[in-house]
Design a protein around this ligand. Structure first.
Ligand code: GLN
Length: 479
């Protein structure tokens, strides 16, 4: 038996029944990483010693006859923009190459309390900006299904680690699709929770009104278990809340028969790969065969989502990344022997110029422009109004349907290098995922088949805090 291929539920059973120890399990994952990560490069930092120590603690508990929790001993991977105390946290950027986290993110604190084993930190696009993990300052991650292809992004390392059995589950962050799109490309399940469902304390901020932490896992059941472990109100993140994830009408949740599914016509239009469309529609058909009602709906402001996102997101990026000034955190031009520094302004400019890669710099410039006097009303304020229209589109749709199903991405995984020099083409990879972040809604990507041996995912979007219903629908698709 390959221990590294087990789901969380199977791990729990195996540990409880003493079929294997937590140490053996962790060793199995560590050897999988040694065997495969040379070519995949999902990890930036493997925390071998601390992982083994955590596993030994679990074994002691089991040996003492104590009960273990469902996640206890399950080995996981964490996107490298989420802080683990005492470990490096780089956000995939040279500017934070040597930065060590001084505290645990709230999600890490919660997982530690559950006795999870942390295998390491995973690769990402620099500051989570990108759709392919090619924007990492430390080299790209490769898709385990085809090493010539990208794993998606920005949580590409997390998705690839789950897909390659280099961890049992992972955490990622999603600002415009960064959990769902890599989940789709790597054939795993990924949830972007409702905005506020999971604390962002200890997540390096990209765009604060859009960012959410969420799980990536091998199946829907595992994904749900991890979500249940990390959600909830945290006084350290004022946007977090104790959601009631139970569906307001439980009869819908129990029975797919009563589910009303909306297919937005704007998402099944030009630009969508016909093979992806077919796989998504086939899956929906199967739900319809079980009695679900499927109807076409319209989200008329969809065409403004991408331009709206690419004003709001960079505006927030330009504010959030102002803290990397060469003084407070990480890389500083002052200690760079190659540079001559004349004054304080020079420290700021040269630290940022040398520390940030091209994509963060591009977005800082776009955002600074959109927020500047004279342009603020024309760009930022206008984008906020459009955002309200997008939110209203969803509100209206959810008067008629319980969930909305769309493709997660317009195509399966593309080739490494294919889009990296054309930012606009890269931005189009997120066309189906960004509206969800603008509206703060929960959405999951779940595999629905393969096109030429590459996984394809479909996206299920629900009302705020309707995660339970989404999991229900996703399980039906999965089975
Ligand atoms: N790919 C999108 C972007 O580049 C989304 C990133 C994310 O969700 N972090 O902005």
């Amino acid at each position: 038996m390959d221990l590294a291929s087990l789901t969380i539920a199977q791990i729990h059973e195996g540990l409880k029944n003493k079929n294997f120890s937590a140490t053996e399990l962790t060793e199995a994952f560590l050897s999988k990483i040694k065997e495969r990560d040379g070519e995949i490069h999902a990890y930036l930092n493997v925390m071998e010693e601390s992982a083994k120590k955590q596993a030994r603690e679990v074994d002691k508990k089991i040996a003492a006859g104590e009960e273990i929790g469902i996640l206890e001993g399950a080995p996981c991977a964490i996107k490298d923009n989420i802080l683990i105390r005492g470990e490096k946290c780089t956000s995939g950027s040279k500017i934070l190459e040597h930065y060590v986290a001084p505290y645990d993110a709230e999600v890490i604190k919660k997982l530690k309390e559950k006795g999870v084993v942390f295998l390491g930190k995973t690769n990402l696009d620099e500051f989570a900006m990108g759709s392919s993990t090619e924007n990492s300052a430390f080299g790209p991650t490769r898709n385990p299904h085809d090493l010539k292809r990208v794993p998606g992004g920005s949580s590409g390392g997390s998705a690839a680690a789950v897909a390659a059995n280099e961890c049992a589950f992972a955490l990622g962050s999603d600002t415009g699709g960064s959990i769902r799109q890599p989940a789709s490309f790597c054939g795993v399940v990924g949830l972007k929770p409702t905005y506020g469902a999971v604390s962002r304390y200890g997540l390096m901020a990209m765009a604060s009104s859009l960012d959410q932490i969420g799980p990536l896992a091998k199946n829907v059941e595992d994904c749900k278990m991890v979500f249940e472990a990390i959600n909830g109100r945290d006084p350290k993140d004022s946007t977090s809340s104790d959601g009631n994830f139970r569906n307001s009408n439980p009869s819908q949740a129990d029975e797919i028969r009563k589910l009303r599914i909306g297919l937005p016509k704007e998402y099944f239009a030009q630009g969508l790969d016909p093979k992806v469309e077919k796989l998504v529609k086939n899956a929906v058909q199967k739900l319809a065969a079980q009695g679900a009602k499927v109807e076409e709906i319209s989200l008329p402001h969809t065409k403004y989502a991408l331009p709206c996102y690419y004003i709001i997101m960079p505006s927030e990026v330009s504010a959030n990344l102002a803290r990397y000034d060469g003084i407070k955190y990480g890389y500083s031009a002052i200690s760079d022997k190659r540079l001559a520094i004349s004054d304080l302004m020079d420290v700021y400019l040269k630290s940022r110029q040398n520390g940030f890669g091209a994509e963060p710099r591009r977005r800082i410039m776009l955002g600074t422009y959109a927020l500047s006097a004279g342009y603020y009303d024309a760009y930022y304020l206008k984008a906020q109004k459009v955002r309200t229209e997008i939110i209203n589109d969803f509100k209206k749709a959810f008067e008629k349907v319980d969930v909305i199903i769309t493709p997660t991405a317009p195509t399966p995984a593309f080739k490494i290098g294919e889009k990296v020099s054309d930012p606009l083409r890269m931005y189009l990879a997120d066309i189906y995922t960004i509206s969800v972040n603008l509206a703060g809604l929960p959405a999951i990507s779940v595999p629905c088949g393969k096109s030429e041996n590459l996984p394809v995912g479909l996206q299920i979007i629900g009302k705020h805090f309707s995660e339970d219903l989404i999991f229900e629908a996703a399980s039906a698709i999965e089975s």
